[in-house]
Ligand binder design. Structure first.
Ligand code: ATP
Ligand code: MG
Length: 338
């Protein structure tokens, strides 16, 4: 963690319900949330409405993944007694805040947001960008501010979102003439952007390039075998390059014995260590990590009523918490007559 946390921290994070969670989520955000829930007030949002912003014509993809995401949370060790897990579409305050904030953000500012810009290109919307997609940074600002969250454990793809959130916070506070909303900062993990196995992109649900937390042992094995290494490392005795070598990126991210990884790197760079061997080490480490998560995940998914109950309870609590912020924001605009 790069930020020192204070006793007053309020944590908010979330995940789009666009697919099962993957190793990128695990190192980029979930691991931190597991720790933070013991120290601070933490809320996690299953972002189903945000998932619809690029799946409006395929809503089943989002609807069918809501409980998968909740099962992933519980399987990695998020405890619903310590963390409020809630559903974005059942929190009307978030939609209302989004409407108010929308009046303070220009279209050109949204188009300049680097994450949105990249995503628009990679999703090949052409000129048919859904309005909801272009404006999703505003709805993320609503999510964060509704809980008065100040610390957001995220991957670095989310930094432009937090910047845009803080701009909105400052504008609202200026209109209100006092500090009714709280600025937030990112809590970045050591691995801020886990690459896909081919090393070309970040691992992402929507790109179909992920090793999920529910992957079976064959899928894990195949993913590791297909991993990008050093294309010039042709013979075992050749010196190899660890820069951009996805196997080493993953060993750094997931292997518990850092000294051993350092030794492997030195050996690889000297020559005499084959990609087959480094891949075997990585595969065994990923099998050890994912197998118990997968098993717990399956158990939770066999009890859907329990998952719904967790989500319902958390959402009820979140509905109460967020009401006060909405009243303040309406008040800032002079719209709280009754
Ligand atoms: P989608 O492709 O639908 O956008 P995603 O895989 O990007 O899905 P999100 O739900 O958008 O996942 O992201 C949830 C959180 O996980 C965010 O904080 C994001 O920064 C983090 N995250 C996602 N992918 C990675 C990754 N490859 N490495 C590190 N963090 C990640
Ligand atoms: Mg994403």
């Amino acid at each position: 963690m790069t930020t020192s946390a204070q006793s007053t921290n309020v944590i908010l994070t979330g995940d789009r319900a666009t697919g099962p969670l993957h190793l990128g989520h695990y190192v980029g955000s979930l691991q931190q949330r597991i720790q933070l829930q013991h120290q601070y007030q933490q809320t996690i949002l299953v972002a189903d409405m945000q998932g619809l912003t690029d799946n409006g014509h395929n809503p089943q993809k989002v609807a069918s993944n809501i409980l998968n995401v909740v099962a992933d949370y519980l399987a990695v060790g998020i405890d619903p007694n310590l963390t409020t897990i809630c559903l974005q579409s059942s929190l009307p305050v978030l939609a209302e805040l989004t409407m108010y904030y929308s009046n303070l953000v220009s279209i050109s500012r949204l188009e300049r947001n680097p994450t949105v810009k990249n995503e628009i290109q990679s999703k090949a919307f052409g000129r048919s960008i859904p309005a909801g997609f272009l404006t999703y940074p505003i709805s993320q600002a609503a999510d964060i501010t509704a809980f008065k969250a100040n610390l957001i454990p995220v991957g670095d793809d989310q930094l432009p979102m937090l910047e845009q959130t803080n701009e909105i916070v400052r504008k609202i506070n200026h209109i209100a003439g006092k500090e009714i909303l709280v600025e937030c900062q990112a809590l970045l993990s050591n691995v801020t952007r886990l690459p896909s196995t081919d090393g070309k992109n970040k691992m992402s649900k929507s790109m179909g390039n992920a090793i999920t937390l529910g992957a079976d042992s064959k899928q894990i094995s195949q993913a590791v075998k297909s991993m990008y290494t050093d294309p010039n490392h042709l013979r075992v005795e050749d010196p190899g390059n660890i820069e951009g070598n996805v196997v080493f990126t993953y060993l750094d991210a997931f292997h518990p014995d850092k000294n051993y990884v350092t030794e492997l790197k030195e050996h690889y760079q000297r020559g005499g260590l084959g990609d087959g061997t480094t891949k075997k080490v990585l595969e065994s480490c990923l099998q050890d990590l994912i197998t118990p998560i997968r098993q717990r995940r399956e158990e939770y998914l066999n009890d859907k009523a329990y998952l719904v109950e967790v989500l319902k309870k958390g959402t009820e609590k979140a509905n109460q918490e967020t009401q006060l912020v909405l009243n303040d924001v309406k008040g800032a605009f002079g719209l709280n007559l009754f």
